[in-house]
Each structure stands twice: as structure tokens, then as C-alpha cells.
Ligand binder design. Structure first.
Ligand code: TYM
Length: 382
């Protein structure tokens, strides 16, 4: 598990150390989402979004430009994705929940990439059959978020390679191995599939423009770990005659245990969308908090919500009401509420969320074809 005193490392394949989001903005060269931009988004969408309000989405590239184009009548497309290496956890759902809202508000297309090739190449112990199984299971999670079937195209890299390869070869020709090494930290011991892979993740940013022969802006909602991909993609975009993709980036939902983002490498720390009620409750009740050694001490001195994963879950996902959040924070700091009681409030919210998601996952089994990118094949041939 990641420890807070470790040096911060944020790459598409590894996130560890104490996360300093200001430093990431500076080092990656992205922009902060400021008040002015927030106001502009709300004016267009007519609604505030709690993930923006609470600064869970905090950084962007060219979001203002995408809105300029939108206001001129040039619609954009949305692109996001998932590497199907295992079960989806609720951290993964953060960009997808936001994507659903963004799709609804701007009434626009979503291209969702499932990178089974990536995970097969990068995860040494993952068999091809396992990757196939996760691809199917993760597709259900994407559909369960409620994205619009008419406007959503789920791309399975291996199955839909005929839709992607013509663009991938063009992207690959523009990226040298030394750039890939510098941006992604690739080493000589890697398999050559992984070295080629970034060209595949670039493709959906241009896919719509390529299929329809119209240069179309694209915006990518995702956590900031994926940003190195967008730097490379933006570098090649204009050389290939496309717009640079924009992005809107979220912070990481932390794990339930101390330190680090929610990650599948620490199963007790991650809440999977497929967890049973019993397992989810057990994980929440074992969560790391900012509590004191004894109840007596806590009643007297209060606890620290700033380091508490339970409070972070309220803030990021499970307590959208500002007044309720302020109230629980005050009770926590003053020692009025103990951590066990606080977890008892979170557990049913988590369970309710998972049960609803699981119902939608079941329904999705009959509907996969409605979302498949294979529908795009006819458009290309036309
Ligand atoms: P993957 O499968 O690692 O992650 C899927 C999405 O979840 C985000 N994410 C998180 N967000 C909040 N809290 C967390 N703890 C957390 N962990 C992960 C990731 O940033 C990502 O948005 N290579 C990609 C797949 C991909 C992709 C894309 C992702 C292909 N095209 C376009 C985003 C946008 C991957 O393995 O993501």
C-alpha cells in the first residue's frame, strides 16, 4: 500500500506517495478549474454538479476552448475509458458518473474505450481469458452508470481493431521510442505490445473526426493519472490534421485504508461494484479514520476529518448536501460523534449505492449490443 511519506509518483500505471494536486497541475502543465470557468459551465448546463463544487474535478486542458466552440454551435464528443484488469471499484466510477452528466447536459456522443490489449500487455499475470471476462464484466458497469445508448459507443480494442487500426498506425509513426520512454518511463525489458499501446489510447480522441470527415473537438473526463497519454496525443493531433483533445480531470478517490488512492492492488481498501452487502459493510466498518485512541479522548478532544477516509467518502460521493456535510464535520471535530457511529451512517449509503448499481448491471446484460461500437462500421464504409 502507498505510504504518505513516499515520493509522489503519478503515471497511468502507478500512483503512490502523498498526492499533491497543486504540484501535479504545475508538473503536468494543466490548468486549474477556477471560479470563472465553473460559472461558465453552470450557465450552460443550468445546474451545479457536486463533483465540481467539491473540487473533485479540479484540473483541465482546453476546457474553455471546448466551451467556446460549443457556444459557436460546434458540438464536441466525449471520450473516456477503462483498462479491464479486474473488477471495477467505485473510484473508477467517479469519471464515469461525471461523464454521464456531461453527456446529458451537452447532448453529445460518448466514445468509451475498453483497453483489453493494454491490460493483457501490462499485467504479466493476466491471461487472455481473464482479460476477456473482465472486459465483459466492466462493460456492464459502464452501461449501469446510465449513459445514453443512442449516443454511446463502447469500443473493445481487440474486437473493434478494424475501427481503430488505420488511425493507430498513423499515430504510432509520429511517436518515437525516446518520447515514449521519457513520457511513460518505458524500459527495455517491456514487451513490445506495451510500447505500441499509447497509440491505441490516442485513437478514440480522433475517431469521430476520422469517421465523419469533420474535425470535431473532443473532451476527455478522467483522473489525472491518464494525463501523460493526452500530452502525447495532443502532440501528434495537429500533425495528423485533428484538434488536440481537451480534458477535465479528477482527483483520486482514496482507499478505505490509510494512504493512497483506491486501487485494486489493495482489495480491503477498495469497494468493488460487485461487493456483497456483507463485504461492503465489513470494509466500511474497518475503514481508517481520524479518530483518537480512546472514546473518552475523542469525546474530549474531537477527531480529525482531514485525514479520515470516511469523511472523504462523504465529501466526494456520499453526502451531496452541504449542510449535512458541515454538520457531520462539526460533530467530528468537537467529539460529539465517534468514528463507529459515523461509519454506521456511511455503510447504508454505500450499500444502497451498490445495490442500485448492481440492479442496473443485471439489466445491462441484455443490452450490450445497443452500446457497441460495432454500429460505427456502417458509418465508415459509407
Ligand atoms: P483505469 O482502468 O486504470 O481507470 C479507469 C478510470 O478511472 C480513473 N481512476 C480513478 N478515479 C478516481 N479515483 C480513483 N481511485 C481512480 N482510479 C482510477 C482513471 O483515471 C480512469 O479515468 N488506460 C486507461 C483506460 C483508458 C482511458 C481512456 C481512461 C483508455 N482510454 C480515456 C480514461 C480516458 C486505464 O487503464 O484506466
Amino acid at each position: 500500500m502507498s505510504k504518505d511519506n513516499e515520493e509522489m509518483v503519478v503515471t497511468p500505471w502507478e500512483v503512490r506517495g502523498k498526492l499533491d494536486y497543486d504540484r501535479l497541475i504545475e508538473e503536468f502543465g494543466t490548468q486549474r478549474i477556477d471560479e470563472k470557468l465553473l460559472k461558465r459551465i453552470y450557465k450552460i448546463t443550468g445546474e451545479k454538479h457536486v463533483m465540481l463544487e467539491r473540487e473533485l474535478f479540479f484540473s483541465h486542458r482546453d476546457l474553455d476552448w471546448v466551451l467556446d466552440e460549443y457556444e459557436k454551435g460546434n458540438k464536441f464528443v466525449i471520450y473516456t475509458g477503462r483498462g479491464p484488469s479486474g473488477n471495477v471499484h467505485i473510484g473508477h466510477l467517479v469519471p464515469w458518473i461525471f461523464t454521464k452528466w456531461w453527456q446529458e447536459k451537452f447532448d453529445t456522443r460518448l466514445y468509451f474505450q475498453l483497453t483489453n490489449d493494454e491490460k493483457f500487455w501490462f499485467e504479466q499475470d493476466l491471461s487472455y481469458d481473464e482479460v476477456k471476462k473482465h472486459t465483459y464484466e466492466n462493460t456492464l458497469d459502464v452501461i449501469a452508470t446510465g449513459v445514453e445508448p443512442e449516443n454511446t459507443f463502447i469500443i473493445n480494442d481487440i474486437e473493434h481493431i478494424d475501427l481503430l487500426y488505420e488511425l493507430a498506425v498513423q499515430v504510432a509513426k509520429k511517436i518515437t521510442f525516446s518520447t515514449a520512454k521519457a513520457v511513460f518511463g518505458f524500459e527495455n525489458s517491456m514487451n513490445i505490445g506495451g510500447i505500441f499501446y499509447p497509440s491505441m489510447q490516442a485513437v478514440p480522441a480522433f475517431l469521430h473526426s476520422w469517421i465523419y470527415g469533420e474535425k470535431t473537438p473532443c473532451i476527455i473526463p478522467c483522473a489525472i493519472d491518464q494525463d501523460p497519454h493526452w500530452r502525447v496525443t495532443r502532440d501528434v493531433a495537429e500533425k495528423l490534421g485533428y484538434y488536440k483533445p481537451a480534458s477535465i480531470q479528477n482527483k483520486f478517490l482514496p482507499g478505505l485504508q490509510e494512504g493512497g488512492k483506491m486501487s485494486s492492488s489493495s482489495p480491503m481498501s477498495a469497494l468493488y461494484t460487485t461487493d456483497t452487502t456483507k463485504v461492503a459493510r465489513k470494509k466500511v466498518m474497518a475503514a481508517f479514520t481520524g479518530g483518537r485512541e480512546t472514546a473518552e479522548e475523542q469525546r474530549k478532544l474531537g477527531a480529525n476529518p482531514d485525514i479520515c477516509s470516511v469523511f472523504m467518502y462523504y465529501d466526494m460521493l456520499f453526502m451531496p448536501d452541504d449542510k449535512e456535510l458541515a454538520d457531520i464535520e462539526q460533530k467530528c471535530r468537537s467529539g460529539e460523534i465517534l468514528c463507529g457511529e459515523c461509519k454506521q451512517i456511511l455503510a447504508p449509503r454505500v450499500i444502497d449505492f451498490l445495490e442500485k448499481h448492481q440492479e442496473k448491471r443485471e439489466e445491462a446484460k441484455e443490452r450490450i449490443h445497443e452500446f457497441s461500437a460495432s454500429r460505427l462500421r456502417d458509418d465508415i464504409r459509407r
